[in-house]
Design a protein around this ligand. Structure first.
Ligand code: NDP
Ligand code: 2IT
Length: 447
């Protein structure tokens, strides 16, 4: 089989074996399509069944999560942990708590995590987990009881050298605290089994800021390589959660003006630039809706519906909310409005049609696996600090994060050029991430 036929046959098997899992199919297809030149240059991968193994999770854990709500009613959610690939280190990746979590969503996230984690240059494998539970609108007591029930089962499968979960959508400092407390109580160990922990119990300085800052460190390099910069630019950031908030702060520090942000209900806009500290307090501390921002910011406006944010004129777009939030139509609106750079803070926020539109229009496109790797990279730095029973200063962690993101950009740029796709950072990220994992899998035999 030539490389093309090999990829098509693996893709057909993935679709047949994982019926209806559209997000997972999308993520696999996006990676495999870019690996063709690599598979042509390395026929030994096909001979070793490497791609067939790569697309099959090593382990899928699926469990019942029963808990009691504040009214005394029993609720049942479904929990997942998918341990996708540990060729280069213990499984590592976040937990997502959101109603729309399915096995397909966790599989796509776990699959992408393999390549992202490889790109960080740190020794971490790929995994992801979560539940169809949404903390939004629940009391702290309900969230705690849910987290305790979730961890009671999850604790059997994780460990500081086995699998180290962290946060993702719906899982922030509060949830990590409850999960850690229950793990400690069940196992009577005090280890770095989770990352994103609070600073008083083993967390790393700069982990909270890391994903958003990292997105901007990557974007800055990508802009620089193309003769541009953040300075004086207009930026739109979707979402208003952990990633969005710190991406917006860093873009502003770099001289940009952030004019729009959103949540799953709608978006706010202010041509003068948003008051980011007010957004942070509203979302991070008060857990309020973004529309409340306009009450004490008279020059700002609010519009219902989150996709409308892509109609806002900007130079740089940083999608930091969720998967498939930019479709081809939204991409074309961004392009028509003169947007020259899109860098993904969220995982898989651009549909395949949107990515093609950006690339055809010559928009600089920073793919999620590379651009948002700063979060998991800093999680790996948290693991290092936990192992050493030591902690670095904010400046030390931030400097390491910065170096990691600059290197990721350079590696993506070099891999894309080496395989004949200069400027295609999405292909570069997939190839550079893949090569390290492939080499490790080849060395370790058929496992
Ligand atoms: P948060 O839960 O902190 O914030 C999520 C934000 O996205 C909220 O503003 C939320 O709005 C919005 N959102 C969620 N779902 C949707 C939806 N279906 N449509 C529109 N908006 C939505 O999560 P994070 O900031 O941590 O994660 C954001 C993205 O970044 C995700 O794709 C995640 O996988 C990715 N990521 C996160 C990392 C991390 O370290 N946290 C690391 C790398 C990637 P609302 O308030 O209405 O729920
Ligand atoms: O998508 C991601 O990389 C994350 N949610 C962070 C994972 C981690 O282990 O810090």
């Amino acid at each position: 089989m030539n490389a093309n036929e090999y990829i098509e046959s693996v893709l057909a098997t993935v679709k047949k074996r994982n019926p209806g899992e559209s997000e997972f199919h999308q993520a696999v297809e996006e990676v495999l399509e870019t690996l063709k030149p690599v598979l042509e240059a390395h026929p030994e991968y096909q001979a070793a069944g490497l791609i067939e193994r790569l697309v099959e999770p090593e382990r899928i854990i699926k469990f019942r999560v029963p808990w009691v709500d504040d009214s005394g009613k029993v609720q049942v959610n479904r929990g997942y942990r998918i341990q996708f690939n540990n060729a280069i280190g213990p499984y590592k990746g976040g937990l997502r708590f959101r109603e729309n979590v399915t096995e397909s969503v966790i599989k796509f996230l776990g699959f992408e995590q393999i390549f992202k984690n490889s790109l960080t240059s740190l020794p971490i494998g790929g995994g992801k987990g979560g539940s169809d539970f949404d903390p939004k609108g629940k009391s702290d007591g309900e969230v705690m009881r849910f987290c305790q029930s979730f961890m009671t089962e999850l604790s059997k499968y994780i460990g500081p050298d086995t699998d180290v979960p962290a946060g993702d959508i719906g899982v922030g400092a509060r949830e990590i605290g409850f999960l850690y407390g229950q793990y400690k109580r069940l196992t009577d160990t005090y280890t770095g089994v989770l990352t994103g922990k609070g600073l008083t119990y083993g967390g790393s300085l700069a982990r909270k800021e890391a994903t958003g800052f990292g997105v901007c460190y990557f974007t800055k390099e990508m802009l620089k390589a193309n003769g541009k910069s953040f300075d004086g630019s207009t930026v739109v950031v979707s979402g208003s959660g952990n990633v969005a908030i710190y991406a917006a702060f860093k873009a502003t520090e770099y001289g940009a003006k952030v004019v729009a942000m959103s949540d799953s209900n709608g978006y706010i806009y202010d041509a003068n630039g948003l008051d980011l500290e007010a957004v942070r307090v509203l979302k991070e501390e008060k857990r309020a809706r973004i529309k409340e921002y306009v009450a004490d910011h008279p020059t700002a406006t609010y519009a219902d519906g989150c996709s409308g944010i892509w109609t806002v004129k900007c130079d740089i777009a940083l999608p930091c909310a969720t998967q498939n939030e930019i479709d081809e139509d939204s991409a074309n609106k961004l392009i028509a409005n003169g947007c020259c750079c899109v860098c993904e803070g969220a995982n898989m926020p651009s549909t395949p049609g949107a990515i093609a539109a950006f690339q055809n229009a010559g928009v600089f496109f920073g793919p999620a696996k590379a651009a948002n790797a700063g979060g998991v990279a800093t999680s790996a730095l948290e693991m290092s600090q936990n192992s050493m029973r030591y902690s670095w200063t904010f400046e030390e962690v931030d400097a390491k994060l910065h170096d990691i993101m600059v290197n990721i950009f350079k590696n993506c740029e070099a891999a894309a050029a080496r395989y004949g796709m200069p400027g295609n950072y999405a292909a570069g990220a997939n190839i550079a991430g893949f090569l390290k994992v492939a080499d490790a899998m080849m060395a370790q035999g058929v496992v």
